[in-house]
Design a protein around this ligand. Structure first.
Ligand code: FE
Ligand code: FE
Ligand code: MG
Length: 165
């Protein structure tokens, strides 16, 4: 922990660490959901979807790393056990028990929309109070917005293919 770095934060640091740990849980679950979805996916345009899912999985794991580093800088401890992910998550985990591409895409769109809300809230909370966290949150939010659009564009392509052959 950097003591000066922590002392300049203009809000309750323990509350912030708790919120970052909840986002950290979301990132691991999002990573696993994408990674597993890429393994089991079946249906039209599977290869394009699998490539997108794997790219997103990589991004979510990178987000988990960014959030963990910031928690540690603030003097906190990132969740140490996977079982804590389920207890702390905002966005939950959608089991990919139906491997059909459109179902997977819908599940992941839901996850991205939740992530956008979580990081928008964190951005509002930290914009003035903690510009260092704000900068990290903004990077992640930008990725989540891109993820949502990627998935909605894929869903649209699959829909067009089905309508127009
Ligand atoms: Fe993420
Ligand atoms: Fe994402
Ligand atoms: Mg993408």
């Amino acid at each position: 922990m950097g003591t000066r770095g922590r002392s300049i934060v203009g809000m309750d640091v323990d509350v912030l660490i708790e919120k970052l740990n909840k986002a950290f849980a979301d990132e691991w679950l999002a990573y696993y959901q994408y990674w597993m979805g890429a393994k089991v996916a079946k249906g039209p345009m599977r290869e394009g979807l699998v490539a997108e899912l794997l790219q997103h999985a990589t991004d979510e794991l990178r987000h988990a790393g960014l959030v963990a580093d910031r928690i540690i800088q603030l003097g906190g401890t990132p969740l140490l056990e996977p079982k804590n992910w389920y207890e702390m998550t905002n966005c939950g985990y959608e089991v990919p028990d139906d491997p059909y591409v459109e179902v997977l895409i819908d599940q992941n769109i839901k996850g991205e929309q939740c992530a956008i809300d979580v990081y928008q809230e964190l951005a509002n909370l930290t914009r003035e109070a903690d510009p260092v966290t704000y900068e990290i949150v903004l990077q992640i939010l930008t990725d989540e917005v891109e993820h949502e659009e990627d998935l909605q564009a894929l869903a649209e392509d699959i829909q067009l293919m089905k309508e127009r052959g």
